[in-house]
Design a protein around this ligand. Structure first.
Ligand SMILES: NC(=O)c1ccc[n+]([C@@H]2O[C@H](COP(=O)([O-])OP(=O)(O)OC[C@H]3O[C@@H](n4cnc5c(N)ncnc54)[C@H](O)[C@@H]3O)[C@@H](O)[C@H]2O)c1
Ligand SMILES: O=CCCC(=O)O
Length: 494
């Protein structure tokens, strides 16, 4: 496919180096390429920084923390508000960067920028609401109260699927609480992180408060340094459960506070009393957000046997209307996948389901005429509950429809996994909705809608999908520690 080269209004957003202790570090003995996944054209060459740079960033962040933690909540709120405003002034440029490095359609990328910015706005408002408690201890001559204090320097490790939003919902909470941050973006999508660092500098964050370090070849070493450094007090990670387990082990030597947003395997449950058209449209929104590369994407779609064929037919009609193409092409509704491994995983799940007796509804498959990472969605129906997709997150455009008969049976299927991030239920019967929502072992249950993510709600999982909550009134808590102050031996009350 011919490349689409974006034109930027604000070319300063395109950075050429990491951002460490207030300095843009553009040179390093080694470099790595960032490519447009739609064309494999090189779009940037960045320094593949040595591990010493992570130490520099941590030192800078630790030094900045000494004064930043003493800023007033109001002052931090103003900085976050500035950053929100700057993101909103640059929505289209930031969205072009996301599309260019990640491949998602431009309209989706615009949505991501607004979603990402909303976390800075939200935390500008939450920064001033870090309340403590007052306590009357059992000892009558003591009084106690608690204050929330920032935990310290935070190491933030992010994936490529939301190059901007996965950073902002961590960094927003951290900076609101009074922490400083060292961010390691995925090397496939570092440009969005660097644009955020540029805007954070413009917003007025002090030197050392916001750092971005870069590497394509030394990611595990960067992770190890962040996890083992005694100066880093918290690791916040979004990514796979496997990497989460490595980081958790590595962090044990320093007893770090951790927040982990890990893999999902979201079930969708459609009962026969659902508004079927609504259920189809909303399932599609969930399944094909980021072309299936979202941790809360529908992975297994359980449809009551009585309606599975009409559900499949309606779904096929909507899926066949997708326009797959380069994300920067205005006609495109859905872009490409991040890389060939992502496609191979889709193919493996499709092959397995077909071998186990699934029926083809939309064949889908690779679209080599568009580029190496393009894949048209596959929809299979009557997928057996034994198929791989039931157990393993596809993270791509394979829509697996699995029949069920009873509520008890489907809740059993839904919970038969080590993961527990999001789930979806469609029914017009409030008893059904409530019973199933309570029984599902996931951190988030979305009823009669396929899109629920926003800054106002607590986002996070249970089981091996991780722990900690991002966004909402709870998000900031993860970046603070509670200190109890007791005043003792007070005189007898008057
Ligand atoms: N729960 C959530 O909020 C959420 C959000 C997005 C993605 N995810 C999950 O992430 C996975 C897809 O993303 P991915 O393939 O990029 O995940 P991944 O775990 O391979 O990578 C995530 C990040 O960790 C880095 N990384 C990899 N190995 C590392 C190591 N040893 N030390 C330190 N950093 C390391 C990567 O470079 C990347 O930046 C899926 O499982 C998806 O469900 C979860
Ligand atoms: O991929 C994970 C994050 C998706 C979301 O925030 O809705």
């Amino acid at each position: 496919m011919a490349g689409f080269t974006p034109e930027f209004k604000n070319t300063d957003l395109i950075r050429k180096g990491g951002f460490v202790n207030g300095q843009w570090l553009e040179s390093a003995p080694e470099t790595f390429h960032v490519t447009d996944p739609a064309t494999l054209e090189v779009i940037a060459t960045l320094p593949d920084q040595p591990v010493s740079v992570v130490h520099e960033a941590i030192d800078g962040a630790a030094e900045a923390f000494r004064s930043y933690k003493r800023t007033t909540p109001k002052a931090r709120s103003t900085l976050l508000r500035n950053l929100f405003n700057l993101m909103m002034e640059n929505v289209d440029d930031l969205a072009k960067i996301i599309t260019w490095e990640n491949g998602k359609a431009f309209s989706e990328a615009q949505g991501e920028v607004k979603y990402a910015a909303s976390y800075f706005e939200w935390y500008a408002e939450e920064a001033v609401r870090m309340y403590g408690t007052t306590i009357q201890p059992n000892n009558g001559s003591n009084r106690a109260f608690t204050v929330r204090q920032p935990v310290g320097v935070c190491g933030i490790i992010c994936p490529w699927n939301f190059p901007s939003a996965m950073i902002t919902r961590k960094a927003g909470a951290a900076l609101a609480a009074g922490c400083t941050v060292v961010i390691k973006p995925d090397s496939q999508t570092p440009l969005s992180a660097l644009a955020l660092a540029y805007l954070a500098e413009k917003a007025g964050f002090p030197r050392g408060a916001f750092n971005v370090v870069l590497s394509a070849t030394r990611t595990p070493e960067f992770g190890l340094v962040l996890c083992e450094s005694p100066k880093v007090k918290k690791i916040s990670f979004t990514g796979s459960t496997n990497v989460g387990k490595i980081l958790m082990k590595q962090s044990s030597s320093t007893m770090k506070k951790l927040s982990f947003e890990l893999g999902g395997n979201a079930p969708v449950i459609v009962f026969d009393d659902a508004d079927l058209k609504q259920a189809v449209t909303q399932t599609i929104l969930s399944k094909f957000r980021g072309l299936g590369q979202t941790c809360v994407c529908a992975n297994r779609i359980y449809v009551q046997r009585t309606v599975i064929d009409s559900f499949a037919e309606n779904l096929a009609e909507e899926v066949n209307a997708f326009v797959i193409g380069h994300g920067l092409d205005p006609k495109t509704t859905h872009g490409c996948l991040i890389n060939d491994n992502a496609i191979k995983k889709v193919e493996a799940h499709v092959k397995d389901a077909l071998e186990k007796g699934a029926k083809t509804v939309v064949a889908g498959g690779r679209l080599p005429e568009l580029g190496p990472n393009f894949y048209a969605p596959t929809v299979l129906s009557h997928v057996p509950p034994t198929a791989l997709v039931n157990k393993d997150e596809t993270f791509g455009p394979f829509c697996a429809l699995i029949p069920f008969d009873t509520l008890e049976e489907v809740v059993g299927y839904a919970n038969d996994t080590d993961l527990g991030l999001a789930s979806y239920v469609f029914s017009k019967n409030i008893d059904t909705i409530y019973t199933v929502a309570e029984a599902l072992e996931t951190g988030m249950v979305s009823c009669n809608t396929g899109l629920f993510s926003e800054c106002t709600i607590p986002f996070g999982g249970v089981k091996e999908s991780g722990f900690g909550r991002e966004g909402s009134l709870h998000g900031i808590e993860d970046y603070t520690v509670i200190k109890t102050i007791t005043i003792g031996n007070l005189p007898t009350p008057l």
